[in-house]
Write a protein that binds this ligand. Structure first.
Ligand SMILES: NC(=O)c1ccc[n+]([C@@H]2O[C@H](COP(=O)([O-])OP(=O)(O)OC[C@H]3O[C@@H](n4cnc5c(N)ncnc54)[C@H](OP(=O)(O)O)[C@@H]3O)[C@@H](O)[C@H]2O)c1
Length: 401
């Protein structure tokens, strides 16, 4: 599917650094192309005359602001990581390098991670506004260049990794543009409006890497068949080979019931999971324990409870009797993602951090399969789970078989 089939019209877009320069031009261009809503992330929000623009306080180095901003977004087709910091220096101050990395690398990393569940739902897109300095360092802005090179690597990695979520990732390798950032440089520059137009053209033409101005466009003709793209594709091809090293245990099923019903069933843990459960299982921040005597003990904290959308439990402590590493679950996270599907719900369970090379993978995947695809699904569909369908003893038998 190319994005021309679903152009910018009627799309919902988040732009960071949206108050001036290229960011503001991107907002105007998105509106011009018929975007349904544009969330305009800004450090100091200002109103916009177009009612489709929703200003959001968003310093991309502030995790609390990122969380608060994302909570205000209920649907998202595209995030444009545009916010950027660039100063002239000579690499003699570590703090300067750290600040460039905070805004230009960790900023887009954190924002994208926060909106990834939304983008997975919409099979959406990420655009990272990079720079030609990512390819060849600008010695007048070395820390900036380093941060953009790192952000290019981030973009390539996310492009390969997010494909399994159905999310596409684009790089924009921008050349000199006439904004405050390049005010001190007396060189030919392109107007931000021209750059913004070319970025949306590139997106709609489904280009992985977009060259939005005359200087960067000179690299474009040989880019797709060039050595760098060839190597990037070859490296991405290693992902399936290495799948056991990174694939989390996951099950997905679809039920006819609405997300609210699935959400309520997930939180009613005692109704679908065996063992002793102590503590509240339906309150954000609550800690509860799960115990199968002499086999399994886990202490969870509920870290996300987004009604009808997502539940996450982080494992604070664990003990498995049947593995050499007794604490294999500690530090892992269990998530339930809910998406509406034709009036029903798609439920995706993931045990993040539990991978095929872990000792308990075989036993744990069998047990989770029974509880999630069996008991929990029944609970949602019929109102009755089967928490005792797969007892701990069976797990041990499976281990010793
Ligand atoms: N201009 C060029 O020649 C050029 C070339 C290649 C790439 N780029 C890239 O294009 C993007 C936009 O740059 P620009 O030229 O439009 O620069 P700009 O006019 O200096 O604007 C930078 C934008 O980023 C915002 N920003 C800075 N730090 C932030 C933070 N911590 N959190 C949130 N927003 C923050 C600024 O907000 P405040 O107003 O609050 O400071 C402003 O909106 C950047 O990623 C830049 O690296 C620019």
């Amino acid at each position: 599917m190319t994005i021309r089939e679903h152009t910018t019209a009627d799309r919902t877009i988040l732009v960071t650094g949206a108050n001036r320069g290229i960011g503001l031009a991107l907002v105007e261009e998105a509106l011009h192309r018929g975007a349904k809503r544009v969330y305009a992330g800004m450090r100091s929000p200002v109103a916009h005359p177009d009612h489709r623009v929703v200003p959001l306080p968003l310093d991309v180095t502030d995790p609390a602001q990122i969380t608060a901003a994302v909570q205000k977004i209920d649907w998202l087709d595209l995030v444009i990581n545009n916010a950027g910091h660039g100063t002239y220096e000579d690499l003699d101050q570590r703090t300067a390098l750290e600040h460039h990395l905070a805004v230009n690398l960790y900023g887009p990393y954190d924002v994208t991670l926060a909106v990834l569940p939304l983008l997975s739902r919409s099979r959406g897109r990420v655009i990272n506004i990079l720079s030609l300095a990512a390819l060849a360092s600008l010695p007048v802005m070395p820390a900036y260049s380093i941060s953009k090179a790192a952000a290019l690597s981030l973009t390539q990695a996310q492009r390969a990794l997010f494909a399994r979520h159905g999310v596409r990732v684009h790089a924009v390798l921008t050349g000199p543009t006439d904004t405050d950032m390049t005010r001190g440089l007396d060189i030919p520059k392109t107007a931000p409006q021209v750059v913004a137009r070319a970025i949306f053209d590139g997106l709609e033409a489904d280009q992985d890497d977009i060259f939005p101005d005359p200087m960067s466009a000179s690299l474009e003709p040989d880019w797709d068949d060039g050595a760098i793209k060839t190597l990037e594709r070859a490296n991405a091809g290693l992902l399936p080979v290495a799948a056991p090293l990174y694939t989390n245990l996951s099950y997905t099923f679809v039920v006819d019931q609405p997300p609210e019903q699935a959400f309520a069933a997930i939180n009613d843990v005692r109704a679908w999971w065996s063992g002793q459960v102590e503590g509240a299982t339906d309150a954000l921040g609550s800690e509860f324990t799960y115990t199968v005597p002499e086999i399994h003990y886990t202490k969870f904290r509920i870290t996300e409870l987004d009604p009808a959308r997502r539940v996450a439990w982080h494992v604070l402590d664990s003990h498995l009797s049947f593995t050499a590493n007794k604490e294999e679950w500690t530090g892992t996270t269990i998530t339930f993602d809910l998406a509406e599907r034709k009036g029903g719900t798609e439920v995706t369970f993931t045990h993040e951090g539990l991978r095929p090379d872990h000792e308990c993978y075989s036993v744990c995947s069998n047990a989770w399969g029974e509880y999630i695809s069996g008991s929990l699904r029944d609970l949602i569909q019929t109102g009755s789970g089967r928490p005792n369908a797969f007892e701990g003893e069976e797990a041990l038998e499976a281990v010793h078989a």
